[in-house]
Write a protein that binds this ligand. Structure first.
Ligand code: C2E
Ligand code: MG
Ligand code: MG
Ligand code: MG
Length: 290
């Protein structure tokens, strides 16, 4: 009897696994269509410069503008994209859209750099650096105004293609940022050798303040030693903003300044217009470039 029960349980488990698999396949197929139809678009979150006292850069964050379900967040589609390899196409599309947007902004007199998240899988593609170079060239974009955000786990990866890609894009003059710093296990010696341009301190450290104060000060000291730009992520309160400025973070990013918003809204924010133009709502499907 116990055996039969066990078998039934197994079958149930098996079935729910199959359902999950089917759901994933459906999601992946929807995601492919969405990418083809231009529903995967960058939203932008300001990176506020403590010294310039203005937004000097924006981070692009992928959003799926679903015609029925509305705004879908990266946590609901980036994992499956990573798993299936579709992240390579999504990443390429994001880069293209973001570089184009930066150029459109420049033409309209807005001076802002852009950063884009790049997954490990993309960096392991042999033609990654060539693709980035092509996108910059096609759009006449200054490489130094583009930053690629990679996670610190990449530093422990010992993949020759990945290392070559990082070296190539950096030689093009593109900046490299280490994202979510403090959440992984960095090889600090490797980090120093890699000569990155920017370190983004993870919001878990920032939001632990003042509890983590000594640790964050050590991270900032290390960044200063490495002469990299220091970004404090996940700033939600005035107290956090003041702490980060007082302790020498160069850029501040978080809901306190702005949530990630559409290109159109980001432009309004940067031009210092609080109000949105009539009829424009977050999440509305927009042309590729505003
Ligand atoms: P990330 O690159 O570390 O981006 C920061 C995330 O923190 C964003 O979530 C942002 O909305 C959120 N955030 C910013 N400020 C605050 C704050 O003050 N408080 C809190 N609680 N959260 C804040 P989002 O947009 O959901 O993106 C999540 C992650 O998905 C990103 O983390 C990044 O790893 C990944 N991702 C997003 N877009 C792309 C993409 O185009 N390509 C790749 N490969 N990954 C992406
Ligand atoms: Mg990021
Ligand atoms: Mg981050
Ligand atoms: Mg993150």
């Amino acid at each position: 009897e116990a055996k039969a029960g066990g078998r039934n349980q197994y079958r149930l488990f098996d079935e729910s696994m199959r359902n999950q698999r089917e759901e994933e396949l459906q999601l992946l197929s929807d995601l492919r269509d969405a990418l083809r139809d231009g529903q995967i678009v960058p939203y932008y979150q300001p990176r506020y410069s403590a010294t310039a006292q203005r937004t000097v850069a924006v981070e692009a964050l992928a959003r799926w503008i679903h015609p029925e379900r509305g705004l879908i967040m990266p946590s609901d589609f980036i994992p499956i994209a990573e798993k299936s390899g579709l992240i390579n196409q999504i990443g390429a599309s994001m880069l293209e859209q973001v570089v184009r947007q930066r150029c459109a902004w420049e033409r309209r007199g807005l001076d802002v750099s852009v950063s884009v998240n790049v997954s490990q899988r993309q960096l392991c593609e042999a033609d990654f650096a060539a693709m980035v170079q092509r996108i910059l060239h096609d759009n006449g974009c200054d490489p130094s105004r583009l930053e690629l955000e990679v996670t610190e786990t990449l530093l422990i990866e010992d993949n020759p293609v990945l290392s070559a890609n990082l070296a190539k894009v950096r030689r093009l003059g593109i900046r490299i940022a280490i994202d979510d710093f403090g959440t992984g296990y960095s090889n600090l010696a490797r980090l120093n050798e890699m000569s990155v341009d920017c370190i983004k301190i993870d919001r878990s450290l920032i939001q632990g303040l003042p509890r983590n104060e000594e640790i964050v000060r050590l991270v900032i000291a290390m960044c200063n030693f490495m002469q990299v730009t220091i970004v404090a992520e996940g700033i939600e309160t005035l107290a956090e903003a003041e702490w980060a400025q007082r302790h020498g973070c160069h850029e501040l990013q978080g809901y306190f300044y702005s949530r990630p918003v559409s290109a159109m809204e980001a432009e309004c924010l940067m031009r210092g217009q609080a109000a949105l133009p009539q009829g424009i709502r977050p999440g509305r499907l927009e042309p590729r470039e505003w």
